[in-house]
Write a protein that binds this ligand. Structure first.
Ligand code: ASP
Ligand code: MG
Length: 427
């Protein structure tokens, strides 16, 4: 039987009772005959608490030491979980990221996995053991230091192990039932997706869906690892994330995602000549400020506005750079609008269906919601609106595209896809 990799998030192992509950699920999977490798996150808010302690000691903790500290959270959950399994009468062994062969580059606090040396895991599996691996961490073989993979990084550990072990499936256990067509806290009739393609999931993760770490989806796509996102609190089937194929029923739209963590910056009346954008965004990149949507207007009298979004948390430390950049390029000034949010419509079906953007904008127009910025990819349309309008916008767009009913595109062989519902009529 195929190897199964299971990843349990922080809420699933938040208490010793929950750890015992997780141990029971793992033992049940092993009992079916599967070799099982488990990746755990730190218990509950452990990582936040450790981070808080670090900041009490030092305003800017040394990154190497921070990784030593943060990696401790997963060591606690992995050893407790292993003990619980052993107590149920099965053999288990816990391994740190380093012991499990997770080799990363040297970038502390956001390291990337460069190799997985799974020998020790395979030996333990051969000996009939359930293997518990600490998520979110690895080791650099260049510096010999422990590294962490960035917040939410246990997802990536799980996918990397599943790829290296050729696992049948990588199950991501969390506190929600799967990936929904919208955040169920905002849209009560949001529907669970049975399946999403890697590219849809990548767009959703990048636009604010928090179920999976973006990097883990990239990794899964690169190595074709089938993901199953599901709840550790019930036995329901969750959402599969995998490559699309012709037999898959395709939804025109797979979801409406929102993100209220960004702020909008406008640099006003920038001289319109070659090299200016390179200078603006080059300077921001040099300060490690991650810019998201960028819009430049058509110029008038040789000047134009440049508008973009960045993480709101980065706004305070961007202000100095923005002032300097605006002065250097001879812009008229800059403004920040922190109270904005981004609403994105994602769906592979929009590639072959005109009118999706029009319908989305019309829906917002009818509700009197002003669009501040627009950006698109071939399967995504994102708009920036006032923060106070985000939830209403999500609900309206979700309803307009009939997501609660699950409008499906049926692609007959060799024919252009048709929409089964009254979708897009008159648009
Ligand atoms: N414990 C880490 C975090 O809270 C990693 C993870 O949960 O995936 O970000
Ligand atoms: Mg997580």
């Amino acid at each position: 039987m195929g190897i199964v990799v299971q990843k349990y998030g922080g809420t699933s192992v938040a208490s010793t009772d929950r750890i015992r509950n997780v141990a029971r699920r793992i033992v049940a999977t092993a009992e079916k005959g599967h070799p099982v490798v488990v990746v755990v996150s730190a218990m509950g808010h452990t990582t936040d608490q450790l981070m808080g302690q670090a900041l009490e000691i030092s305003p800017v903790p040394r990154a190497r030491e921070l990784d030593m500290l943060l990696s401790a959270g997963e060591r606690i959950s992995m050893s407790l979980l292993s003990m619980a399994i052993i107590d149920m009468g099965r053999e288990a062994i816990s391994l740190t990221g380093s012991q499990a062969g997770i080799v990363t580059d040297t970038t502390h606090t956001k390291a990337r996995i460069v190799d997985v040396r799974a020998r020790r895991i395979l030996e333990a599996l051969d000996a009939g053991k359930i293997v518990i691996v600490a998520g979110f961490q690895g080791v650099s073989t260049i510096s010999n230091d422990v590294t962490t993979l960035g917040r939410g990084g246990s997802d990536t550990t799980a996918v990397a192990l599943a790829a290296a072990l050729g696992a049948e499936v990588c199950e991501i256990y969390t506190d929600v039932d799967g990936v929904y067509t919208a955040d169920p806290r905002v849209v009560p009739d949001a529907r669970k997706l049975h399946v999403a393609t890697y590219e849809e999931m990548l767009e959703m993760a990048a636009c604010g869906a928090r179920v999976l770490m973006l990097r883990s989806v990239e990794y899964a796509r690169n190595y074709k690892v089938v993901l199953h996102v599901r709840s550790s609190f019930n036995n329901e089937q969750g959402t599969f994330v995998k490559e699309g194929d012709e037999r898959m029923e395709k939804a025109l739209i797979s979801g409406v995602v929102h993100d209220t963590s960004e702020a909008m910056i406008r640099i006003r009346r920038v001289p319109d000549r070659p090299g200016i954008a390179a200078k603006v965004f080059g300077s921001l990149a040099a300060e490690a400020i991650n810019v998201d949507m960028i819009v430049q207007n058509v110029s008038e009298d040789g000047r134009t506005d440049q508008t973009f979004t960045l993480p709101r948390a980065d706004l305070p430390r961007s202000e100095e750079a923005l002032g300097r950049i605006a002065a250097e390029i001879g812009a008229e000034g800059w403004t920040a609008e922190p109270e904005i949010g981004k609403v994105s419509l994602v769906g592979a079906g929009m590639r072959s269906h005109p009118g999706v953007a029009a319908k989305m904008f019309q829906t917002l127009a009818q509700a009197g919601i002003n669009i501040e910025m627009i950006s698109t990819s071939s399967i995504r349309i994102s708009v920036v609106v006032q923060a106070a309008e985000v939830e209403r916008a999500v609900r309206l767009i979700h309803a307009a595209f009939e997501l609660p009913q699950g409008a499906i595109l049926r692609e007959a062989h060799g024919q252009m896809p048709e929409i089964s519902s009254s979708e897009l009529e008159g648009v």
